[in-house]
Ligand binder design. Sequence first.
Ligand code: ASP
Length: 320
Amino acid sequence: VLVVGSEHALGALEAAWQLLAEGADALDAVVAATRLVEDDLAVHSVGTGGYPNLTGTVELDASVMEGTNRRAGAVAALSGFTHPVSVAREVMERLPHLLLVGDGAACFATEIGAERGELLTAEAEAHWRDGVARARASAGDGLLDQARALTADPSGSGGTVDVLALDGRGHIASAVSTSGWAFKWPGRVGDSPLPGAGNYCDDRYGAAGCTGFGELAIRAGTARAVVDALARGATPQRAGIEALEDVWRLVSPGAGAVMDVVVLDRHGRHCGLSTERGRHYVWRDAGVGGPVLAERVVVGRAGGQLRCPPSAGGGTLPGA
Ligand code: ASP
């Protein structure tokens, strides 16, 4: 029994852990934790309080996946509803579909009575107004020019919450929720709601969740690549290294990749990895008194040196 998450899950991890310790299903635990982060106004990249898109609307992406039979549900570009992760779960439970977007997702959310709310906080709106004013001044009034100015740096993509859990029956589930890249183009869909890209889960092997530059995770199929490596017998660390090295192959020399993964295998081994230094992930099991904030393994460009924090075995690993 174990729960692992991206850094934004820190404040919600204990709740997921308590549920698992009381015998809850992995899916209930990951959804409960994700909902808490969606309500946290201090997290500007998930749920209420998330930064809006280019035109000032908060559009949310979320997905859930169950490892038992790889069922999944997802919503993308959903506005006006406070818990996209729960809407994603209901898509999985109530429809023969997997992913609903925009107005269609909102129509479904209305139909099931999902909780509505104002997602744009005063703080997030001020951030958006500042950004747009700066972009207007430097790039002009054209929306495309502003978009280029505001989304030039993928490290400003924001963050996401990933929660992966292994329950007492050996089932694994994963949930991912995000407001996506701040100033994204309206209707832009990232990796978070796409099984295989930002979220993947299979009881036979394990689970993975991504944060960072979603377009890269979509192109590389990062979460699925991690689980495929677990299936071939790789450790979570090795699986994450291989997947992030593959992400680096998509990035032109001199540019940053900004991609993070959290990995949990069916034996309860876990690892967090990032293309950047100084990133963290969180985990909780019966062996510790509370959530642990752990440093992520840093993965450089393929062929480069891979630096490992002491918590992940220490030292420097040979390049690929
Ligand atoms: N992966 C998310 C997206 O591309 C954003 C992030 O994690 O920073 O929408």
